[in-house]
Write a protein that binds this ligand. Structure first.
Ligand SMILES: Nc1ncnc2c1ncn2[C@@H]1O[C@H](COP(=O)(O)OP(=O)(O)O)[C@@H](O)[C@H]1O
Ligand SMILES: [Mg+2]
Length: 423
């Protein structure tokens, strides 16, 4: 088979790496890819958002299966376009990708199918939103409706902060059209975790649980980022909780959509807050998480291509996932300054010294290769994942590998996994 992976981050390098292990693979392409995907796939210089050119490429190369990493092309309808052209693709169609593309739509779906989530109100008028906020007591959460690269959510400890968030989203239009509507919701307290699941429209196949660290500094402090590290499994998600999530969230969502003629096919990511009154949905993503994927896939024993094909063909009931018992941890190495301003084009040293380390996987995120050298191109640069007999040992292994890597102003958190280790 010829496979095309769309995207350029650590998640996509990890997908390429896992797909490359399948017996069925003849050739892998990655668009646009990065300095890491280049060693396993042919990087194709087409941006992940350029749906038409990607479809032209898949058609002319006779690609047998395309796999979409990021949300932007999914929300933009890449799956519908590929299917129209008779191309096989793993991902959710536009009508259900809205679960991530519109937080208003997602909340409406949660309400319709009685899924547990924070109480909320929707506004398209900033004055009405402000009036409502003045009647409620803080804390409150204000969310821009559309895609905002993980920056459109404001957890507000005071009424003034919530009013300021409305101004940024709806008056200043910091996120453009994504700020045409907002969701104002109750602030939930608890520990966050995520569940990823394959869905073929009828059958749900959850992956091993995971938790990520969103904040930039140790102790989960500072600004939100795309994710600074993750681990799998998340010990906070017990077997009983897993079953509850399955029966109260995953199943009713997928069958509710199915009953409306909207089959959810692809990867579903549910962000959860584990509250005292049970798991509640924070958000849906319609794709593999980044960096959760880099902590989950090294533990998956199945052939990923087989599972993806079964998903597309509606045969997930015939698949059982099998997992490496050992936990996996993934630490993100970023450019100093991220998630604000940072410098690029720094040469990365020491990568070759990490190649032979056992049970250690280096996934590239923001890198490019130039002959023998490798340079930074983004905020999140590298993901160092490691398996270990215990999470502690996995962590030690990942940080040992990081010791060998150097570039100017490199930054990483030193406490990835602390919540699980504290248990
Ligand atoms: N209702 C809520 N209560 C408490 N925290 C929330 C709530 N909604 C979101 N958050 C926090 O904000 C973060 C981002 O929100 P999320 O809905 O996941 O949007 P996105 O990932 O698109 O930015 C969450 O990971 C969580 O930490
Ligand atoms: Mg989120």
């Amino acid at each position: 088979m010829k496979v095309l992976v769309v995207g350029s981050g650590g998640r996509e390098h990890c997908l390429v790496w896992k797909i490359a292990q399948s017996d069925r693979i003849k050739e892998i392409f990655c668009a646009p890819g990065n300095g890491g995907t280049e060693s396993l796939a042919r990087n194709i210089n087409i941006p992940a958002s350029d749906i038409k050119t990607l479809a032209d490429f898949a058609k002319s190369e006779a690609i047998d299966l395309s796999v979409v990493g990021p949300e932007v092309p999914l929300v933009g309808g890449i799956v519908d376009e590929f299917l129209r052209r008779g191309l096989k693709i793993f991902g959710s169609r536009e009508e259900v990708a809205r679960l991530e593309g519109s937080k208003v739509f997602a909340k409406e779906v949660m309400a319709k199918f009685s899924l547990p989530t924070a109480e909320f109100r929707i506004f398209d008028d900033k004055r009405q939103a402000a009036d409502y906020i003045r009647t409620r007591s803080a804390p409150l959460v204000v969310k821009a409706d559309g895609l905002a690269s993980g920056k459109g959510v404001f957890v507000c400890e005071s009424t003034d902060e919530a009013l300021a968030a409305i101004k940024i989203i709806m008056a200043e239009r910091k996120f453009g059209d994504a700020g045409g509507r907002i969701v104002v919701e109750e602030c939930l307290r608890g520990e966050e975790a995520s569940i990823l699941a394959f869905s073929d429209g009828e059958n749900i196949l959850p992956l091993a649980s995971s938790q990520d660290h969103k904040r930039i500094y140790d102790g989960d402090r500072g600004a939100n980022t795309g994710g600074m590290g993750a681990y799998s499994p998340a010990p906070v998600i017990t077997e009983a909780l897993n079953q509850k999530i399955n029966s109260e969230i995953l199943q009713p969502l997928i069958s509710g959509l199915n009953n409306e003629g909207k089959k959810y096919i692809g990867m579903l990511y549910v962000g959860l807050m584990l509250t005292d009154s049970g798991p509640k949905i924070l958000e849906f993503n319609v794709r593999f998480g980044d960096p959760e994927t880099q902590a989950i896939l090294p533990r998956l024993k199945n052939d990923l291509v087989e599972v993806m094909l079964a998903t597309i063909e509606g045969k997930l009931d015939k698949v059982t996932l099998s997992w490496e018992r050992r936990p996996c941890i993934c630490v993100v190495i970023a450019s100093g300054g991220y998630p604000q301003e940072y410098e690029k084009n720094k040469e990365i040293f020491g990568l070759n010294q990490t190649e032979k380390l056992p049970d250690t996987f280096i996934f590239h995120a923001g890198t490019r290769r130039e002959k023998e050298k490798c340079f930074t191109t983004g905020g999140r640069v590298l993901n160092v994942a490691a398996l270990g007999d215990t999470l502690d040992k996995a962590k030690a292994r990942a940080y040992q590998a990081i010791e060998k890597i150097k570039f100017e102003k490199m930054y990483f958190r030193r406490d990835i996994g602390w919540r699980a280790l504290q248990r």
